[in-house]
Design a protein around this ligand. Structure first.
Ligand SMILES: Nc1nc2c(c(=O)[nH]1)N[C@H]1C(S)=C(S)[C@@H](COP(=O)(O)O)O[C@H]1N2
Ligand SMILES: [Mo]
Length: 377
């Protein structure tokens, strides 16, 4: 799409304008008080038409925060390491920067991306397509930080704490992640796309978990605590769980019939397609595909509801767990409404399903993405 970066910024500002107006209108008069409905979190998704770059620019990257971030003061900020370690520590950012640098380009997708597309409707932020982006994250390996503290073999789960502080009795966003995954792939990032990590994305330090859903990617990290058991609480035992078996739409499972959301499901979206076309002419179609597997094997396009498929061309740029851009020259054959759809297959052989399995929290939506084009003679 032909947006330059100034247009993109303006676009986002315009998108935020109704929010600001609503805040103004809600200014309480003397004697009145507001009811706090949530933590005034900022949640913003990116329009699909802007997700055409291999690396999503920082100012276009979606934001999902449960509560008002209580942003750490970078001067006073310390990373506390305690729990199952020989040498508990308090590290400054410059201590961390003395460790070997680690960098990865990979997808961050909110587990709830696409929740708004499920029927029956599921409560929660009604994300459609854009709670996803691909960025170059740079920092230090979790493994290096924990080995320096002498992590014990008794530790099986890394408890991760951010500095955000929910109001009243609302449960804190506290999580843990299997030691095996976080030691293999986890990065503590202080830089995003070559710039210091922006505050909304977790400055001074956030966790990167390549291939896994966004709820594991703790922002504003202040404490890491390796433990024998997983963390308890609402965000481990109730939220971010996915059914062990496919259920009927609209029917809820019990928490013990579900397990934590981890790896992303294989998925592709169309970001570029004409709105109108003429039969017999060729048009550029494009999009991205990603998965919880490190690579995308192929992306196929259909304009006959999946009866026949043609392979799209994969862009040469790729990194493990990054998204893969794809493009395709599509020639509509007859007039009328054409419905184009894309289907991705990953390096583990998982094929994107026609319909995502309905689940009560609306996680990991990955149905085929259909786009309509009006074709004239
Ligand atoms: N401390 C903290 N970390 C957090 C969250 C949060 O609310 N608090 N939200 C998580 C969720 S659900 C997602 S999808 C990602 C979103 O990261 P982003 O805002 O940088 O896109 O951050 C994760 N890390
Ligand atoms: Mo999320």
């Amino acid at each position: 799409m032909a947006f330059d970066s100034i247009d993109r910024r303006r676009f986002l500002l315009l998108a935020a304008a109704p929010l600001l107006a609503a805040q103004k209108a809600a200014t309480p008069r003397a004697g009145e008080s507001m009811l706090q409905m949530n933590g005034y979190a900022v949640n913003a998704e990116t329009p699909l038409a802007l997700l055409t770059d291999y690396v999503t620019p920082n100012e276009l990257f979606f934001v999902r925060s449960h509560w008002i971030p209580r942003t750490p003061d970078p001067k006073k900020w310390r990373l506390t390491i305690d729990g199952e370690v020989e040498r508990p520590a308090q590290l400054t950012l410059s201590d961390l920067k003395k460790l070997p640098r680690a960098e990865t380009t990979c997808v961050l997708q909110c587990a709830g991306n696409g929740r708004g597309l499920y029927a029956p409707t599921v409560p929660g932020v009604q994300w459609r397509y854009g709670a996803v982006g691909n960025a170059r994250w740079s920092g230090v390996r979790v493994r290096d930080v924990l080995e320096r503290a002498g992590v014990k073999t008794t530790a099986k789960h890394l408890h991760v704490f951010g500095s955000d502080d929910p109001p009243g009795k609302v449960p804190p966003f506290q999580r843990s992640i299997e030691m095996e995954k976080v030691l293999a792939d986890g990065i503590l990032a202080f830089s995003m796309n070559g710039e210091p990590l922006p505050v909304v994305h977790g400055a001074p330090l956030r966790l990167i978990v390549p291939g896994w859903a966004g709820d594991h990617w703790m922002k504003w990290v202040v404490r890491l605590s390796p433990q024998a058991e997983s963390q308890k609480g609402f965000y481990m035992e109730t939220a971010y769980r996915y059914p062990l078996t496919v259920g009927a739409p609209g029917v809820a499972f019990k928490p013990e019939e579900m397990s934590p959301v981890t790896e992303l499901f294989v998925k592709s979206n169309i970001t570029t397609a004409p709105k109108k076309a003429k039969a017999g002419r060729a048009y550029a179609i494009g999009g991205f595909a990603f998965s919880g597997a490190p690579d995308i094997a192929k992306v196929e396009i259909s304009d006959d509801d999946g009866a026949t498929w043609t392979e799209a061309t994969l862009d040469p740029r790729h990194d493990p767990y990054a998204w893969r851009l794809w493009s395709h020259r599509w020639t509509p054959s007859r007039e009328g409404t054409a419905r184009i759809c894309a289907r991705a297959t990953d390096s583990n052989g998982h094929v994107q399903p026609r319909d995502a399995a309905w689940n009560q929290s609306g996680y990991l939506h990955n149905s085929w993405h259909f786009v309509d084009v009006e074709v004239s003679a």
